[in-house]
Design a protein around this ligand. Structure first.
Ligand SMILES: Nc1ncnc2c1ncn2[C@@H]1O[C@H](COP(=O)(O)OP(=O)(O)OP(=O)(O)O)[C@@H](O)[C@H]1O
Ligand SMILES: [Mg+2]
Length: 690
């Protein structure tokens, strides 16, 4: 979005509310301008494109009044550590955090701290320059951020060599002490496993810390502030990905103890009750009761015959914890879709926090942590991370142990190759399903269907890539899209290509796969795929052969599908019109689908795929990788395949290729004779079908 710089006040910039809403920042937020980031709020501006910036903001962005600038919405992580130079820091480091909380900070920025925040009685604002940050990029100041003065780096903070060159020319000069006796850079220390698991989870950590400090406060803040009774928070995420680490780190910050209830060895509801009762009775505030791996007792593989009993016990537990001031409960579970809805919708657990599976950065750090003490050659962590999609923290440790066994005898240093080999032999416990598998081909492999590709691009890709344009024009992207048409016309094929084009996580589900003869299981399946797609957003959820899953209610002999349709309706209505989860369905029998699902607001966009025209069939012949011989007239072939679907044509070519193989061991090309043979064959079949 383009703005013109106008004078305003620090530290928060102002801009026109409508323009901000169009950028996806209706209540304001962080924007990137020039070389810095500022917080902006909707305010009164005389010209609609004005951006009111204070003097410090202008200096940091290196812009001047009247200049036209491009501003972009930015999402920043929390800074772990900020090193500043310049005026002396206030005696109480909390003053700084209080003054800067929520402020976006970019390396090289000047920060001005108003005197009102300083408890040392000074009347002057202080000015600090950001000389270094960890991680070394723009971030916001959170409660867990540490701000230190340059030269005062007592703990294990690896000083990067880029540090001096980052300092803008002419900015606060390096202090004399630094130039005269350069501090020896401490050796870069490898991250601990907990650090690695928590990397990039700063906002989750801050949220958890916030909740725990409220709920375990010795003053019993919730009742002092008249807040509703709350027991704690639900924590969902795959095992081995940092749940326990998150809880203990947050508890450490709030100075609460952690009482972990281990459910692995619980086989009877009475035992569960024992454990929880003991936890509630024996702990004194401030304590966090962390019930981990709840799916072991509440999931289908757990105490399933006792599901209702387990749910009742958990409700008792939540009540008991909510009653006790200074005690908080954290319920950890692989997926909340596995839990009884009386637990997930309990007002005593108002918030669910999701921990995503480790991404590239976290995996790279996890390898670093796991290999910290193993003698190694130069390890290419980026490569290890790239090869280990779907790995949990525990899988990474398993792979490293496996690799270490190969060098234990010889004591030779471990190489990247050896670790990669071990990674390949390790089964990722998060599978590809939880991440969404992305097909390897895009629209270039899809012949014809130009109109379909265009409409899918508009309905699926645009809302994901340019949400601000949709917001600006006041359009809600469609929530659901239905592709329908005769068999073999490319419905499944084009949606898979779409997933590739969109670059979003992809969750394909075959209609019949979700049907389960056990009452309740199919609905749970539906809820679970939606939950997974939401957790991985932006994502595409694809229901293929949708008629099997969602037939007209009352039409089927089993009541399973009726309740599945009901679950689908609820879930689709719950998808926000933000375009971050798009639901696509395909069917060759639209008439069999329950009409309630096809109403507007649900699968509202219907795209029909008919049998391909001659030109489209001709285009297919150009795309397929069949080696045609010189005798083959592709135009003629396109003409002769009238009435065939794409699947028929590819089938015909396969048959011709097989005939070529059969006729001659050395043949490398498919000739017209084989094609002619296959055409006859197909002609017969088509005639027999009618
Ligand atoms: N537009 C196309 N370009 C290239 N190949 C195609 C195209 N459409 C279909 N095919 C080929 O035909 C095969 C079958 O198509 P697809 O599975 O997409 O049909 P469908 O419409 O989903 O049929 P059904 O209704 O039976 O599920 C694909 O695997 C692919 O090889
Ligand atoms: Mg299909």
């Amino acid at each position: 979005m383009r703005f013109t710089v106008r004078p305003g006040t620090d530290p928060v910039a102002s801009a026109d509310a409508t323009l901000l809403a169009a950028m996806g920042l209706p209540g304001g937020g962080v924007i990137a301008i020039g070389s810095t980031h500022v917080m902006v709020r909707p305010g009164t501006v005389r010209e609609p494109t004005g951006l009111l910036l204070g003097p410090v903001g202008m200096r940091n962005a290196r812009v001047t009044e009247g200049q036209a600038i491009e501003a972009k919405r930015a999402v920043l992580p929390h800074a772990q550590r900020i090193v500043v130079a310049g005026d002396e820091l206030p005696g109480n480091p909390k003053d700084l955090i209080a003054a800067l909380h929520g402020t976006p900070v970019t390396p090289g920025d000047v920060l001005s701290i108003d005197a009102s925040y300083l408890s040392n009685g000074s009347e002057d604002a202080i000015e600090l320059q950001v000389v270094e940050m960890k991680p070394p990029k723009a971030a916001t100041v959170g409660v867990a951020t540490v701000i230190v003065a340059e030269g005062d780096q007592t703990t294990s903070f690896a000083v990067t060599s880029a540090r001096v060159s980052k300092r803008p020319v002419g900015a606060a000069a390096p202090s004399a002490t630094e130039t005269s006796q350069p501090a020896p850079s401490p050796p870069p220390t490898a991250p601990s496993r907990a650090d690695a698991l928590l990397a990039g989870l700063e906002s989750e950590l801050e949220l958890m810390t916030g909740w725990l400090s409220l709920l375990t406060s010795v003053e019993d803040l919730p009742s002092a502030w008249g807040l509703p009774q709350v027991a704690g928070i639900l924590l969902q995420g795959p095992p081995g990905c940092g749940q326990a680490e998150l809880v203990s780190r947050a508890a450490e910050t709030t100075r609460a103890r952690v009482h972990e209830v281990d459910l692995d060895l619980v086989f009877k509801p009475e035992r569960l009750l024992d454990h929880l009762e003991k936890a509630v009775k024996t702990t004194s505030p401030p304590t966090v009761i962390f019930v981990n791996r709840l799916e072991a007792v509440a999931g289908e593989e757990g105490l399933s015959p006792f599901r209702t009993q387990v749910a009742a016990i958990l409700r008792w537990f939540l009540d008991a914890v909510a009653e006790k001031p200074g005690i908080a409960a954290v319920l950890g579970v692989a997926s909340v879709a596995r839990l009884d809805s009386t637990i997930t919708s309990s007002p005593l657990l108002p918030r669910t926090l999701s921990i995503p599976p480790p991404d590239l950065d976290r995996r790279s750090l996890l390898f670093e942590a796991a290999l910290a003490k193993v003698p190694t050659d130069d390890i290419d962590y980026g490569r290890l991370a790239a090869r280990s999609a779907g790995f949990s923290g525990a899988d990474i440790v398993a792979a490293v142990v496996h690799a270490s066994t190969s060098v234990a005898m010889s004591r030779a240093p471990l190489t990247t190759e050896a670790v990669v080999a071990a990674v390949e032999e390790t089964t990722p416990s998060l599978g590809s399903a939880s991440l969404g598998e992305i097909p390897s081909y895009g629209f270039e492999r899809v012949a014809g269907l130009e109109d379909v590709k265009q409409r899918l691009t508009e309905a699926v890709i645009w809302p994901m890539t340019q949400p601000e344009r949709f917001a600006q024009l006041g359009i809600e992207p469609p929530r659901g899209i239905l592709l329908h048409g005769p068999p073999g016309t490319g419905k499944t094929f084009v949606v898979r290509a779409l997933a590739h084009e969109a670059g979003a996580a992809f969750f394909p589900v075959k209609g019949a796969e979700l049907l389960d003869k056990f009452v309740g299981e199919s609905e749970r399946g539906v809820r679970e795929v939606f939950a997974r797609a939401r957790a991985a957003a932006p994502s595409i959820l694809f229901f293929d052969e949708f008629d099997a899953l969602a037939p007209v209610r009352g039409s089927s002999t089993s009541s399973v599908t009726d309740s599945v349709v009901a679950a689908l309706l609820t879930e689709i209505d719950g998808v926000h019109g933000r375009g971050d989860v798009v639901v696509v369905a395909a069917s060759n029998r639209r008439d069999l689908i329950d009409p309630a699902l096809l109403r507007s607001g649900r699968f509202e966009v219907h795209i029909e795929l008919g049998l391909p025209e001659q030109a489209a069939r001709r285009a297919l012949l150009d795309i397929v990788d069949v080696p045609f011989g010189p005798t083959v007239d592709l135009d003629e072939l396109a003409k002769r395949t009238d009435g065939m679907s794409f699947a028929d044509v590819t089938g015909l070519l396969r048959e011709a290729a097989l005939a070529t193989l059969r006729s001659d061991d050395h043949a490398l090309e498919v000739g017209w004779a084989e094609i002619e043979g296959a055409l006859d064959h197909f002609g017969e079949r088509v005639n027999n079908d009618n």
